[in-house]
Design a protein around this ligand. Sequence first.
Ligand code: SIN
Length: 298
Amino acid sequence: MSSLASKQGPRYRHTTGEAEPFETIGVEKLTPIIGAEISGVDIAKLVSDESRSNRQMDEIHRALAENLVIFFRDQHITPAQHLAFGRKFGELHIHPAAPHEGDDPALMKIHADKDSPRANGEGWHTDVSCDVEPPMGSILYIRQCPPRGGDTLFASMYAAYESLSDRMKAYLDGLTALHDGEQIYRGLYDNYGVADKPAYPRAEHPIVRTHPVTAKKALYVNRGFTRYIVGIPRDESDAMLDYLCQHAENPLFQCRFRWTENAIAFWDNRCTQHRAMWDYWPHTRSGTRVTVKGERPV
Ligand code: SIN
């Protein structure tokens, strides 16, 4: 028996109340913990039809809050409709480093092909957590898929927090950590001819944040951006961050989305991490991302 096996029941017990049914959309959960495919929504129509959109928009908001990441397949939207869908959830966020497609800096380019030196989001991260006000959510539209592979993994940071021991929760209470974009972003987009900025964002955030909509607590550290825990010795911080990041990456808290052309993933950055798989070289995977502004984590 592996040392990870337990005789005390599951490592994480996920509990939710009785979910209210949805009336204007279909919601098919990928796992009990995170992720749901949404059906019955035509985003091109939703963004142009004000009267029809309100009930459906309310239910999309609720599906996101309940499932943390939601997926829509077979959506045929223009860049303007992608941007308009994002604006229905708030003001759009401009990425501090990444290239954009077309004229609007809010339409971030996501692309990898046989000549790419890298692909976006290959390590576990929360989008731009180095911003003082990190994005609330990200809406990724993949138009071109490889024949196989290119999945995206998502992990629930509610589950990561809830499954910590009470002693660990007490230790983390009130601690903050420094998130820094410098090591990530400097030189990252050289291949697109993007000139570096003089400086990239950095911000101190609570290690455990409370979600403004659900009021649930989520672990808020990630390998991409979190550099150190403030106010404790550096060796203790390194060991603790290593443990917390490894814990957050437990497959128990995850779902995995297999893309099809013209699918959309919409994730809540306040309670998830994600990681994209670049296992499809030399094929091409291509799309755009619209990111919605968020609030200062508390
Ligand atoms: C990202 O981190 O936004 C990229 C995710 C993906 O390409 O699946």
